[in-house]
Design a protein around this ligand. Structure first.
Ligand code: PLP
Length: 658
């Protein structure tokens, strides 16, 4: 650490569980408001005032302001039924306290209400959005000169956009094939070459459908570039060539017409393209498949291992089967921090599977990392100058008191996080582990040319000047969106840079809380209860199942978990003030998880048949996002309190079940 490098103090980041930093936040918010007021006053001061002091005496004016004040008090009262995300007693959903930087950044900017759909309405915050996206891309390791990324409303939209692009790049070679055929007269002496996944070159006009649907994304884009440049002598060529490609694209034709033409022109009705996801995938992938017209039936689940990570051998086996059936793979989606278990897929191994499939099976596909939850963990592997920290360094700085042989992150997890740099696209949610308000998701692509495949007003040429960045809206799924969200993330990244000493430290603190909670659950003496935690979490979500001799079926056990969850979650009948601790529940459903949950089921004393009959295993789920959970400053021991509450609620659930 350089001598001038002062590590962040978590105490200075948040308003605090008891609003300990209220004076700071108040000062900064007031500063932001006053500054905005000056700005208004100084914009054409010669205009004079519109609303006079006299006007403010009017009865209608006073009535309006009274209504506003009164109704605000009503709103404030209602908001107290909200959820105490700020408290270490809250280990429920993926929501935490927000950084003061994000709140002030949001509030200050909201007063200006910039719209980041186009820089014309957001001259400042569009730049910030692209800067923030570049920071996230640099954190994962994308080439800064090639990446493209932006903010969006959340992981759902980020995932959908990534799949939209993956789909279009998959079918791009077919569009090129048809465009070349259409313009054949002009291209007689200039065939269009393309690189095949095994490295050989071919002419695009000579490929069959299966080969066209197995061109690496980068090679397809290179061919598109080459196509647009085939006739440098003709100034109208590239424009016409782009239009020809577009006319023949899936974007223009839609799946129905596109599919009919495939069947007609190639006389080859290939099975529909599939999207591969791990069993742990977020439900946004099902939505995306439906919206994009792929159909949810084309969403294929790859089994996970007993650490809930996608099984590389299972992926390899599935790819071989798909290749044998000649079923194209549009994309493989991996998860860095699964929503239920925070499991991190071994991207390093899974990317090797793709490389082998390219070489041995001649098939390829877009590789996406859904790191909506875990993306920020990559900051742990970065020095302030951006260089990568070794595995040993990454461990050294962590607040885990663990022995070296079970230090966090282990070598596999470290390799998986570093391998993010080799993906084609990635989803990261600043509004989760980035500790900023909604809406703030982000999507990044390793190759900025990809965005042209979804651009609505076709740019025809890849002119990559700054003016091109002025209108983000043309390349993305959404339209109007808050510049305030961009400023909020931007200011937070200033205070907490994306390296081990900034965001990394915060992630490490939440990890420490999760690991302490995980060990405490295992070490606690539970009497007749049998607590079965999931394996040590990759990131900061701790899940556990609970058994008891009096619960003789898995169904009874699942019901007890449901009752405990009901007792420890917010609902219309249970306001937050009645709750000591808040957690959530999930079900490891047999349909999705297959064998992955069987070791847990066995430890609870049940069989695979019991599991299938019950349909799943209910586990309680604790998302540890609060850096103060085990900090020890407060008067209570939150972990102790949590364990006692869980025990009490299970005892109650047992009595209720009798
Ligand atoms: C939360 C989450 C999403 C969805 O993100 P939203 O911001 O809620 O739309 C997608 N994937 C994973 C892995 C997530 O954890």
């Amino acid at each position: 650490m350089p001598p001038d490098h002062i590590p962040i103090d978590p105490a200075a980041l948040f308003l605090g569980p008891k609003a300990e930093n209220a004076d700071v936040l108040e000062r900064l918010l007031l500063e932001a408001l006053r500054d905005h007021v000056f700005w208004r006053r100084n914009f054409h001061p010669e205009d004079g005032f519109q609303i006079s002091e006299q006007d403010k005496r009017a009865p209608a004016y006073e009535a309006s302001i009274s209504t506003l004040s009164q109704e605000l008090f009503g709103l404030l009262a209602e908001l107290k039924n909200g959820v105490p995300f700020f408290s270490p007693r809250y280990v429920g959903h993926m929501t935490a306290d927000l950084t003061m930087a994000s709140l002030v950044g949001y509030f200050a900017t909201m007063l200006y209400n910039p719209n980041n759909v186009a820089a014309e309405g957001s001259p400042v915050t569009t730049r910030m959005e692209l800067e923030v996206a570049a920071q996230l891309a640099a954190m994962v390791g994308y080439d800064p000169d090639r990446q493209w990324g932006h903010l969006c409303s959340g992981g759902t939209v980020a995932n959908m956009e990534a799949l939209w692009i993956a789909r279009n790049v998959k079918y791009l070679p077919v569009a090129l094939y048809w465009a070349v055929a259409e313009l054949a007269d002009e291209l007689a002496d200039r065939p269009l070459a393309v690189r095949l996944p095994d490295g050989r070159q071919s002419f695009i006009g000579e490929l069959d459908l299966w080969a066209l649907l197995n061109i690496r994304g980068e090679d397809a884009l290179n061919s598109l570039d080459a196509f647009l440049a085939l006739r440098p002598d003709d100034p109208t060529w590239s424009d016409r060539a782009w239009k020809a490609m577009h006319r023949n694209s899936l974007s223009e034709l839609g799946f129905q017409a596109f599919g009919l033409r495939l069947a007609h022109d190639f006389d080859d009705a290939l099975p529909p393209g599939v999207v591969l996801v791990p069993s742990t995938a977020h439900y946004s992938w099902a939505k995306s498949c439906r919206v994009l017209g792929l159909g949810e039936a084309q969403l294929v689940h790859v089994p996970v291992d007993d650490h809930f990570r996608m099984d590389p051998d299972a992926l390899a086996g599935l790819l071989a089967e798909l290749a044998a059936r000649r079923q194209p793979v549009i994309a493989a989606v991996t998860v860095t921090g699964s929503t239920e278990e925070s499991a991190v897929d071994r991207l390093d191994l899974l990317l090797d599977v793709r490389t082998r499939a390219e070489r041995e099976l001649g098939i390829t596909f877009h590789f996406h990392a859904d790191a909506a939850w875990g993306g920020y963990a990559a900051s742990l592997t970065r020095n302030p100058d951006g260089s990568r920290r070794s595995h040993a360094q990454t461990i050294d700085d962590l607040a885990t008191d663990a022995q070296a042989d079970d230090a966090w992150p282990d070598a596999g997890l470290y390799a998986a996080i570093c391998a993010l740099e080799h993906t084609d696209s990635i989803t990261i949610d600043p509004h989760k582990l980035g500790f900023v308000p909604y809406p703030a998701g982000a999507v990044s692509f390793s190759d900025r040319r990809l965005r042209h495949l979804v651009a609505v007003d076709a740019p025809y040429l890849y002119h990559e000047g700054r003016s091109d960045e002025g209108f983000i809206g043309r390349y993305i799924l959404e339209g109007s969106k808050p510049g305030a969200a961009a400023a909020s993330v931007w200011l937070t990244h200033k205070v907490l840079p994306l390296d081990y000493s900034g965001h990394g430290r915060l992630v490490a603190l939440t990890m420490r809380g999760a690991l302490v909670l995980h060990s405490a659950l295992a070490a606690e003496h539970w009497g007749e209860f049998r607590i079965v935690p999931l394996p040590r979490p990759d990131l900061n979500i701790v899940c556990f199942a609970v058994g008891h001799p009096s619960m003789q079926t898995l169904e009874e056990l699942n019901e007890a978990a449901e009752r405990v969850y009901q007792a420890l979650s917010v609902s219309p009948s249970r306001p937050t003030r009645a709750l000591d601790y808040v957690l959530t529940k999930t079900v490891l459903r047999a349909e999705e998880y297959g064998e992955a949950a069987l070791p847990l089921v066995a430890r609870l004393g049940f069989t695979a048949d019991d599991y299938r009959r019950a349909g799943g295993l209910a586990v309680l789920r604790c998302t540890v996002l609060d850096p103060f959970l085990v900090a020890g400053g407060a008067r209570v021991d939150y972990v102790r309190g949590f364990l006692d509450t869980v025990r009490t609620e299970f005892e109650r659930a047992l009595r209720a079940g009798e």
